[in-house]
Design a protein around this ligand. Structure first.
Ligand code: G6P
Length: 612
């Protein structure tokens, strides 16, 4: 989704802004632009396409200024073109603004402003906002910040904005309602961004704005106030714990490949300090005050979007099986609008890598309104989800930059395993069972590494399928969500149509698609469903489908049927979804690279979907 960056200090803002925009590229965008205040002038350069195109443009016609804002746009209102790209100016040309989110009453405001004689240059909702601020500012005896505050009081919708004004070259104003903004506090300089990635190389000291906050920043200091209540608030400066290396490729061709490889340690990072070797039980400090409430709940919802929803499906299997909990999994986009039976006795677990997904946050807010206990499983420290839920667990997988989620997924599964163990032990899960799962988890790093070391083997398989247009992924039980995730990875980055199904459902439809052109990926561990999955494999074979089987033991029957077998280490059956995910991520990755796709920034996709 759109990205925001801003700088106010003594240095020239342009290289800082352009570099910041490069850091934000991962979020997904279709145009980019910057604006600087230089003396009495506002300079704007913006362009459809990549940040590199913008950089060339700035090199050809340089601008400068120590107060500047920048933006990567992911079009919502108005097509992606040069004119609709941000920053946008007001009618006087003095105010420049960048905006993430959607102004829902932009049509009404546009009509009112047109009536005041304002002519619009773009189709965007954002221009409406800057024109509104400008109209209020120019029209009366009112300060810049009061004009921003007054305009925001008339706006319905979601926004994260940064606005600068040529009349006040030493001031920058930022405000948030629904779209995250972070303020980086340097030595006599400030950095603003929609997430910490453009800030981290300059300072680790940050302030997270809450919804309804606005910050007035000058070179000498900052003041944060509540927009509606009109009083000042003091916010703690927090420290970002990760290093700049965490958001660099470090020799890998793509962030996604780096993040796939990081799983040899990220899953262990998730478990660290939480899984006790001696007593074979887990301890999740973030839930400490709510353990009894959660494990005794009559109804637990897990809600999420995309890959996180797949982790939630696996979580439900685990919590049901090990902790005897009654769990429903809902897409957050559905839960937020349905008449779900959420009440003070319900527990709602929201899963999100970014902690900023609009639908997931809306579901959490709905649950809180209904009095439910909300639990966040989240990767980004300090994100909105982490701050708005009653309690939660960080996945500690480190920054995930590739749009297609990889390491966050396996860490989310690890968190659910910890939850299942902790609640399970309290509810009578035997020591032997707990020990089996714990041992498997404690050794997972080396098994993941052994799979990563076989990346070339997966490449060879990928090479044989790059011309196909469809793929089917099948699995049962815990491996059904893993099949869904395998299919999602492939379609996201290689643009090959791929579907995941519970293996037994194949007969109820997908079997009609099977012919010699249709590859089917089977997740076939030797658990209680193995024979049944094998029967499905035979059915595909009989119809000349091409079979890729991921299994934990390649026995003769399977060897006869499958065109390709990927054998993963034979460990406990509950960790099979984690282990099988690694080759499926690599398969998607290699297919996408061979097909020449932009792996880290797949078309039309955004890393963090902060609008509905
Ligand atoms: C987008 C991303 C996916 C992600 C989903 C949910 O669609 O492209 O990779 O799984 O959002 O994001 P979240 O941050 O809430 O896990």
């Amino acid at each position: 989704m759109c990205g925001i960056v801003g700088y106010l200090g003594d240095k020239d803002s342009v290289p800082i802004l352009l570099n910041g925009l490069r850091r934000l590229e991962y979020r997904g965008y279709d145009s980019a632009g910057i604006a600087t205040i230089d003396g009495e002038n506002v300079n704007v350069v913006k362009k459809k396409g990549k940040v590199s195109t913008l950089c060339t443009l700035v090199e050809d016609s340089p601008i400068r200024g120590s107060n500047g804002i920048g933006h990567t746009r992911w079009a919502t209102h108005g097509e992606p073109n040069d004119v609709n790209a941000h920053p946008h100016l007001d009618h006087s040309g003095k105010l420049a603004l960048v905006h993430n989110g959607i102004i829902e009453n932009h049509n009404t405001l546009r009509q009112i402003l047109s009536g005041n004689g304002i002519t619009f240059k773009t189709e965007t909702d954002t221009e409406v906002l800057v024109q509104l601020i400008g109209d209020i500012y120019e029209g009366g005896d009112i300060s810049f910040e009061d004009a921003v505050q007054a305009a925001l009081s008339e706006v319905v919708g979601a926004y994260g904005i940064v606005v600068v004004n040529a009349d006040e070259p030493d001031k920058m104003i930022m405000a948030r309602m629904g779209s995250p903004l972070v303020l980086g506090v340097g030595e006599g300089e400030y950095f603003v961004a929609s997430d910490a990635s453009p800030i981290i190389e300059h300072t680790r000291n940050v302030i997270y704005l809450d919804d309804g906050d606005m910050a007035i920043i000058t070179r000498d200091g900052h003041n944060i106030k509540r927009i509606a209540e009109n009083h000042n608030v003091t916010k703690q400066v927090e420290r970002i714990e990760y290093n700049i290396e965490a958001i660099e490729k470090e020799g890998y061709d793509h962030f996604m490949l780096k993040e796939i490889h990081e799983q040899a340690h990220t899953i262990t990072d998730t478990l660290r300090g939480r899984l006790k070797k001696d007593g074979y039980h887990a301890h999740l400090g973030g839930l400490a005050d709510y353990i009894n409430h959660i494990e005794s709940t009559k109804m637990c919802y897990i809600t999420a979007c995309g890959t996180s929803w797949h982790a939630g499906l696996i979580g439900a299997y685990l919590l049901e099986e090990y902790a005897g909990m009654n769990v429903k999994v809902e897409y957050a986009s559905e839960l937020r609008y349905r008449k779900a039976m959420i009440n003070p006795e319900t527990v709602v677990i929201a899963v999100s890598q970014s902690g900023e997904t609009a639908d997931t946050l809306a579901s959490v807010r709905k649950a809180k309104e209904a009095g439910a206990l909300t639990v966040g499983i989240c990767n980004v420290v300090g994100s909105t989800l982490a701050r708005e839920t009653d309690c939660g667990i960080y996945t500690h997988a480190g920054p995930e930059i590739g749009v297609a989620s990889t390491k966050a997924f396996t860490s989310q599964i690890a968190v659910f395993m910890l939850m299942a163990l902790q609640f399970g032990r309290q509810k009578g899960l035997s020591l032997a069972e707990a020990k089996g799962v714990s041992d498997a988890l404690l050794n997972i790093g080396k098994h993941v590494q052994s799979l990563l070391d076989r990346s070339d083997e997966i490449y060879d398989i990928a090479e044989q399928f790059t011309g196909v247009n469809n793929f089917l992924y099948l699995g049962r039980g815990l491996n059904f969500p893993a099949a869904l995730e395998g299919a999602l990875k492939l379609k996201e980055i290689s643009y090959i149509h791929a579907e995941g199904y519970p293996a037994a459902e194949m007969k109820h439809g997908p079997i009609a698609l099977i012919d010699e052109k249709m590859p089917v990926v089977f997740l076939a561990p030797h658990d209680q469903t193995y024979e049944k999955v094998l029967a499905n494999i035979q059915e595909v074979k009989a119809r000349k489908g091409r079979i890729i089987a991921v299994t934990d033991r390649a026995e003769n029957e399977l060897i006869k049927l499958a065109d390709h077998i990927i054998e993963v280490p034979r460990v406990h059956r509950v960790v099979f979804p984690i282990l099988s995910t690694i080759p499926l991520q690599l398969l998607a990755y290699h297919m996408a690279v061979i097909r020449g796709c932009d792996v880290d920034q797949p078309r039309n996709l955004a890393k963090s979907v902060t609008v509905e």
